[in-house]
Design a protein around this ligand. Structure first.
Ligand code: ZN
Length: 264
């Protein structure tokens, strides 16, 4: 079985002590590729160093996503803009992300978040890359911005999808993939997202961990890691009535098409 973890913060300090072992365990669990998400300026260079590995190569193919998460927007300056463009020009860059809107903290500057989100959508067009979208308590505005700009030509994924079937349908109409992770495995409060996962067309389905965050059941509360993407697949089997092999094959094909193949 071959899997893609399409969303992992592998440069996070919580992996500093055992990053090589984390990649070995991912390989043993069937993970063939990981999208390493660097969503704040401090993460860009460390993530690039992980993805642009030396020899020997890691046991799992690594691709990078560079972007400014909505939480990073308040501290973002014009200088970061030039840096971001530079990282997106590097050979390991496979996506712009994660970018989007997060209104969970009530005091955020929504117009500024929307502005930086739209500007980064433009970057995806310019660099001909797909986008990785983050959204929390802001689904209507996220869809509104996307309807205004259009989804960049290389497409994208709504990562850690947490909405119900109606939001999923709107996202799918825009051409987005839906990324499901640990959240869908949680037992409480997940009926709507499970219905969205059940209804997602197989050619738009992706799996992810968002490690070190959001460890799936039965590991909830612990540090997450890419090998746990297999637990997400197990959960989706029950929700969708598919075998692990079916979900692995389709999500791996989808991820390869979206992010440009694992053979790097
Ligand atoms: Zn993330």
């Amino acid at each position: 079985m071959s899997l893609w973890d399409t969303h992992c913060h592998l440069a996070d300090a919580r992996f500093d002590a055992d990053r090589a072992m984390v990649l070995e365990r991912a390989h043993d669990a069937g993970v063939e590729a990981i999208v390493v998400v660097a969503a704040e300026p401090d993460a860009w260079a460390p993530s690039a160093a992980i993805v642009d590995h030396g020899t020997p190569p890691p046991p799992v193919a690594l691709r990078a996503a560079y972007g400014l998460h909505p939480h990073a927007v308040p501290g973002a300056a014009q200088a970061h803009w030039a840096d971001l463009r530079r990282w997106l020009s590097t050979p390991g860059a496979a996506a712009v992300g994660e970018i989007g809107l997060d209104y969970h903290r009530g005091d955020v500057d929504r117009p500024r978040q929307r502005e930086w989100f739209a500007r980064q959508l433009d970057l995806a067009v310019e660099f001909h890359l797909p986008v990785i979208l983050h959204e929390r308590d802001a689904a209507d505005d996220l869809l509104d911005v996307l309807r205004g700009t259009g989804l960049p030509p290389r497409g994208g994924v709504w990562h850690c999808f947490s909405g119900g079937p109606d939001v999923a349908a709107a996202a799918l109409r825009l051409g987005l993939h839906l990324g499901f992770g640990g959240l869908v495995t949680f037992r409480a409060g997940t009926d709507a997202v499970r219905r969205a996962a059940a209804a997602c067309p197989v050619e738009r389905l992706l799996v992810e961990t968002d490690a070190p965050y959001l460890a799936p059941e039965p590991h909830r509360g612990r540090r997450n890691e890419p090998a746990r993407v297999a637990d997400v697949v197990t959960c989706l089997c029950g929700i969708r009535g598919q075998t692990p092999e079916e979900i692995a094959v389709s999500t791996t094909v989808n991820a390869g098409l979206l992010f440009g193949g694992a053979g790097v």
